[in-house]
Design a protein around this ligand. Structure first.
Ligand code: ADP
Length: 569
């Protein structure tokens, strides 16, 4: 626009200069010819008066006019046939007839006539004025002067110089003018290009015609700025929400191409975080056929779908929702929830129920069997005591089992509302040792306690169970003559409990699983030991309840060492 204004103004002013020059030249030419002709007419009239008072027939009289040379005026007398009877500058004998000359014809007809003739070769204009005299002769006066265009060609360089000068001046003034006119528009454009700077607009001094526009612009500018801030805040908020969500949120277009995916979505499908997935087909991220089939059905039926997939050892619940705009499907919104933990828990619960039923059923069946035999009177007197002892043992096993189940569920129940108090763990260990001393003695196992007082925030009953269970296991799985060491030490900020035995050890392939509920390494031995397979599971839960850590080291034939770390107080 600036260039357009600039060029237009420059072209216009140059054209005007040229036009004015041409117009002035024409006016001057007109003025010049009128002036020349009038002066010639005056001369003609003057000579005609002289000729009226003298005897024209006397050629000698006329010869006097030959002296009328100084003014460069030519005087010619013609008869009515157009023959030259006198000429003050040439010999009449050599002169041709003038009957066809326009000024002569006009004079014959209208008493006077005039004409101007231009000689291209000579570069002169000749002015003619003819007058009919009373004696029927025609007086013609003529005057030769330089042609105006010749004169113009002489001053042409000056005119060209003036035109160039005016063009240069108009070029620069048009440049300044364009800048001045466009300054407010330039500032507005700068603002429109997104460089919103309120200051610029405030500084803007504008001409009256544009000020309503500027005012509207300022208002709209402010409105856009406010909207931008609002939108940015909303986008940031959505970004924060979606990126801090544990669930995956994925937006797909109707061709199942990814429009947007949050961090969790990428993580759940094991995508790389630094690679943009936008525009990529969803099937490249997750090749699960069932999910992709469900996506196709959702697109076809424009309906919601829910599907559970097993992807990279994870269970994912995928909720597929159609995105509709005016009843038209524009895409799909996927909410992906990782339910692996829930599945694991469900599985554990199912296994637990099956195990509990099984573990309850076994002693009950045996109790029932022996009781039936006694009831039917089939058992001899001396065997009754033996059978009653078996029934009591099985009953004891049942009680143990039920006791352990109750303990486990109590730890889980109390986990949300912990009841903690300062506990000296060393003292708890001491109590457990004294309780189990006789059991160890029976098996000829040495039981030793080392360490110092160390306090943690804990649940006394649970900590008793924890140390008791571990010591009891060590006694159970250590052969006579072995030894067991319990140590409680205070190390930096931790209380460390170690139970080390010289027992049978746990094969490495079982070490990962012995904390699972009902997991028993050697079934035959466990039956003899009245084991339930819940002891270490209870231990693990108690450690977790106290936010502690448990570590197992064991070697078959050498022994087992269990280390537990709690935060001291
Ligand atoms: P249980 O009631 O059978 O002792 P636990 O959960 O306490 O159940 O232990 C699970 C299994 O771990 C046991 O069956 C046993 O095989 C093994 N185990 C536990 N402690 C020891 C240990 N100190 N030495 C060797 N094996 C052990």
């Amino acid at each position: 626009m600036k260039r357009k204004i600039h060029v237009n103004v420059a072209v216009l002013s140059t054209s005007i200069t040229i036009l004015v020059a041409v117009f002035m030249l024409m006016t001057f030419y007109r003025f010049h010819t009128d002036n020349q002709m009038n002066s010639l007419k005056n001369t003609g009239n003057l000579i005609s008066n002289i000729l009226i008072s003298s005897d024209v027939s006397d050629i000698n009289e006329l010869d006097q006019l030959k002296h009328y040379k100084g003014t460069n005026t030519r005087i010619t007398l013609l008869n009515r046939s157009g023959d030259v009877v006198f000429d003050n500058m040439a010999d009449t004998k050599n002169m041709e007839n003038h009957r066809d000359r326009p000024e002569f014809l006009d004079a014959i007809e209208n008493s006077q006539g005039e004409s101007i003739r231009y000689s291209a070769t000579m570069g002169y204009d000749t002015y003619y004025y003819a007058l009919k005299l009373q004696n029927n002769l025609i007086l013609r006066v003529s005057y030769q002067t330089e042609n105006i265009f010749n004169m113009f060609s002489l001053i042409l360089p000056v005119i060209v110089m003036i035109v160039i000068l005016i063009s240069i001046i108009s070029y620069y003034t048009s440049f300044l003018l364009a800048n001045h006119i466009l300054k407010p528009i330039n500032i507005l454009t700068k603002n429109l290009e997104g460089n919103f700077q309120a200051g610029d607009l405030e500084e803007l001094s504008v001409y009256d015609e544009i000020s309503p526009f500027i005012r509207t612009f300022k208002n709209q500018n402010k409105l856009i700025l406010d909207r931008n801030i609002e939108l940015e805040e909303k986008a940031n908020l959505l970004d924060v929400i979606s990126s801090s969500m544990g669930e995956g949120i994925i937006l797909l277009d109707i061709n199942t191409k990814i429009i947007s995916i949050n961090k969790s979505g990428i993580k759940l499908f094991n995508g790389r975080n630094n690679v943009s997935l936008a525009g990529q087909d969803f099937i490249r991220l997750c090749r699960d056929l069932n999910l992709n089939e469900a996506l196709e059905i959702a697109i076809e039926e424009k309906s919601s779908k829910e599907i559970i997939i097993h992807h990279n050892s994870k269970y994912l619940d995928v909720y597929i929702n159609p995105v509709l705009r005016e009843q038209r499907l524009t895409g799909l919104l996927l909410l992906v929830v990782d339910t692996t933990e829930k599945h694991k828990l469900d599985l554990m619960r199912r296994e637990f129920s099956a195990n509990v039923s099984h573990e309850l059923k076994t002693p009950l069946t045996s109790i029932n069997g022996y009781a039936e035999m006694i009831e039917s009177g089939m058992v001899k007197g001396e065997d009754i005591t033996k059978f009653a002892s078996i029934i009591r043992k099985e009953g004891g096993r049942l009680l143990n089992l039920i006791g352990d189940i109750i303990k486990l569920s109590k730890i889980e129940d109390d986990a949300n509302e912990k009841k903690l108090e300062p506990i000296n763990v060393y003292f708890v260990g001491k109590e457990a040792i004294s309780t189990l001393e006789s059991l160890a003695l029976d098996k000829d196992i040495e039981l030793e306690l080392t360490g110092e007082s160390s306090f943690i925030m804990g649940n006394k009953g649970m900590l008793q169970d924890l140390i008791y269970n571990l010591l009891e296991n060590s006694i159970k799985y250590t052969n006579p003559g072995g030894s067991i060491q319990l140590s409680v030490v205070h190390n930096n900020l931790d209380t460390i409990v170690k139970i080390k035995d010289t027992g049978i050890g746990i094969p490495s392939e079982h070490q990962d699983r012995i904390f699972e509920r009902f997991y028993i390494v050697d079934k035959s031995r466990s039956k003899k030991n009245q084991s339930t397979g819940l002891g270490l599971s209870i231990v693990k839960h108690i450690v977790e309840y106290h936010n502690g850590k448990i570590h197992l080291e064991s070697e078959v034939g050498k022994g087992t060492k269990i280390t537990i770390k709690f935060k001291s107080i």
